[in-house]
Design a protein around this ligand. Structure first.
Ligand SMILES: [Zn+2]
Length: 245
């Protein structure tokens, strides 16, 4: 892993892209993968905007472990090392496909959530905004949170299937990927947009791609370094950079 250490040490603008593999690593089910507990439900249905509008209790009932018991989840070594490397100004930005907020919980400041965030909520009727904390408390007694102004249905600002990605967020992610001299892809199979195309902006602008994922990705051929095991890689990085965990 000497190559990777040297790339990180000499990088002037390292950007990280994280996917479901990083969440699975801290015990959060990969709800779109094959081994998640969501197999017994229909993950496509949980995150379908059409279905949410018809039967919101399906989403709120089935997403509890994924989203609303986060206080019981701890950031993994991957989240903690990334946060420390940002503190040391080696990493500039984390772009994440995850909706578990664990990068923020680990202390990372500059996080771009391309699939939205359960940190914020909006009433689908009047647009009133709510916070995760408010909704999490409400869900202890209610099956579905409704607006205290108009009684409308409240939805998390997560991008559901059938919804457009947020253009300003995507533009920011493209800008950061283009600036990156290293894009470090962690636990993403790079098959869902915008993750599929972000590495191409890095490469087009002369940056290097490093991929750590336990499965093949369509962009493996572009990577200058490829690793399989997130745990091995991050234990080694922590040792090399003398990071106390
Ligand atoms: Zn409302």
């Amino acid at each position: 892993m000497k190559e990777l250490f040297s790339l990180l040490e000499n990088s002037s603008y390292c950007v990280v892209l994280t996917g479901a593999g990083v969440s699975t690593f801290s015990g959060i089910p990969d709800f779109r993968g094959s081994s998640g507990i969501y197999n017994e439900f229909d993950a496509d249905l949980i995150f379908s905007i059409e279905h949410f509008k018809k039967e919101p209790s399906y989403f709120y009932g089935h997403s509890k472990d994924l989203i609303y018991n986060l206080e019981h989840r701890q950031p993994s070594i991957v989240h903690r090392v990334l946060s420390e490397l940002e503190e040391r100004e080696i990493i500039k930005t984390i772009i994440t496909q995850n909706i578990d907020m664990l990068h923020q919980k680990a202390g990372s400041k500059n996080v771009i959530e391309v699939h939205g965030s359960p940190q914020e909520y909006s009433c689908l009727v009047c647009g009133k905004k709510y916070t995760y904390e408010y909704i999490a408390v409400l869900l202890r007694t209610e099956d579905v949170p409704t607006c205290n102004e108009c009684g409308g249905l409240i939805k998390p600002d997560i991008i559901f299937y059938g919804e457009m990605l947020k253009q300003d967020v995507i533009e920011k992610a493209i800008e950061e990927s283009s600036k990156a001299d290293i894009l470090l892809v962690l636990g993403s199979t790079l098959v869902v947009q915008p993750a599929t195309s972000l590495p191409l902006y890095t490469i087009e602008n002369g940056g290097n791609l490093v991929i750590v994922n336990n499965m093949e990705t369509p962009l493996d051929g572009y990577a200058i370094e490829l690793y399989k095991d997130l745990g091995d890689v991050f234990i080694s990085i922590a040792e090399h950079f003398d990071i106390d965990l």
